[in-house]
Design a protein around this ligand. Structure first.
Ligand code: TYM
Length: 344
């Protein structure tokens, strides 16, 4: 995109990421995002929010939205996020996200948004009937990140383009207002076999909340029996597993299952192949089912335990929102001054 030569940012390192409360969380969200959040909280100051402002870019039932927000918070806690280490909060409870998003809408260029592939996918054939928010969605995402001057953003691969846009907005803001090191150029953290988990029914489609087939994904709330059944029924091919990663690339379904095994066991795909090369899915699938049940069933159980105590979740979200506002408010105050608003 545009070249705004970055000047080294010298502020503190900070992690920020979020998940939309727009449906049941699945294995892709868990491996691409939640597991990384839990790890990073021990390494850096970490802000993790529930992206409810993003969720309403498509219709959400008002009677269900607050509960969906609690469910994401419960998943964060079940994945190991510790509210005494990480700041956990609902996006809509920190008004600075929306305030900065408006200013960024006046910084971002229409041509930049026109290139966003996720809008094209989500709006489908009826672009003119999509909400304006669905189109400007990545600008709000840039505000989410930069309002905390976050330097590291753990996400799955599908968010890569939004992170590039965030970097462009940061660069243009810094350039336009003559403050070369004001916003950092946030680093996406995408690496690892969990970054792009594919559908269990189709190795060329991303595992997604919106896939009509429940057998395409493993939900975090699935029971042990459901998890095992979904792995058993996952689409595969008749060949045994190969020796090398190159041979795997032509077999998307096999590649995906090896990737899931690697991500769940904290190994590389090459290490998994070293153990299973030459073995068929009759051996590999039961091993994967056992591993998936061992790692995921307790997450679902812990989620249910947290959800049984919504008062505690609400307390965590409220305290998190206050802490987040304390960091976000000074950034917006400085931005308003730079823009030249009256009274800023
Ligand atoms: P969302 O809610 O669609 O997904 C949450 C996280 O899960 C990752 N993910 C996957 N990772 C691997 N394989 C998959 N099949 C898979 N599906 C989803 C996503 O990459 C994401 O990390 N726009 C974001 C939410 C957001 C955000 C932000 C993220 C809003 N503001 C600021 C980071 C920073 C989204 O819709 O994620």
């Amino acid at each position: 995109m545009t070249d705004h030569t970055p000047v080294a940012y010298t502020g503190p390192t900070r992690v920020l990421s979020g998940v939309q409360p727009s449906g049941a969380l699945h294995l892709g969200n868990y491996l691409g995002a939640l597991v990384k959040f839990a790890k990073l909280q021990h390494e850096m100051d970490t802000f993790i929010f529930v992206a409810d402002l993003h969720a309403i870019t498509v219709w959400q039932d008002p009677a269900a939205l607050a509960q969906q927000t609690r469910e994401i918070a419960a998943a964060y806690l079940a994945a190991g996020l510790d509210p005494t280490k990480a700041t956990i909060f609902p996006q809509s409870a920190v008004r600075e996200h929306s305030e900065l998003a408006w200013i960024f809408q006046c910084v971002a260029r229409l041509g930049w948004l026109d290139r966003m592939t996720q809008f094209k996918e989500k709006s489908g054939k009826h672009k003119e009937r999509s909400s304006v928010g669905l189109y400007t969605y990545p600008v709000l995402q840039a505000a989410d990140i930069l309002v905390y001057k976050a330097t590291h953003v753990p996400v799955g691969e599908d968010q890569k383009q939004h992170l590039e846009l965030t970097r462009d907005i940061a660069g243009k803001f810094n350039h336009d207002f003559g403050v070369p090191a004001f916003f950092p150029q946030p680093e996406p953290l995408i690496q690892g076999p969990g970054a792009r988990i594919m559908s269990l029914r189709d190795g060329s489609a991303k595992m997604s909340k919106s896939d009509p087939s429940d057998y395409s994904r493993i939900n975090l709330t699935d029971t042990a029996d459901d998890i095992a059944a979904k792995v058993r029924k996952a689409r595969t091919d008749p060949e045994p597993l190969p020796e090398t990663l190159e041979e795997l690339t032509a077999r998307p379904e096999a590649d995906n299952l090896v990737g899931i095994f690697a991500a769940l066991s904290g190994r590389t795909k090459a290490e998994v192949l070293a153990e299973y090369a030459g073995k068929g899915f009759g051996t590999f699938k039961p091993a994967l089912a056992d591993l998936a049940v061992e790692k995921l069933a307790p997450v679902g159980e812990t989620m249910r335990r947290f959800l049984a105590d919504p008062t505690e979740i609400d307390r965590i979200l409220k305290a998190g929102a206050e802490r987040a506002s304390d960091v976000a408010a000074p950034t917006v105050a400085e931005v308003k001054k730079l823009v030249g608003f009256w009274g800023a």
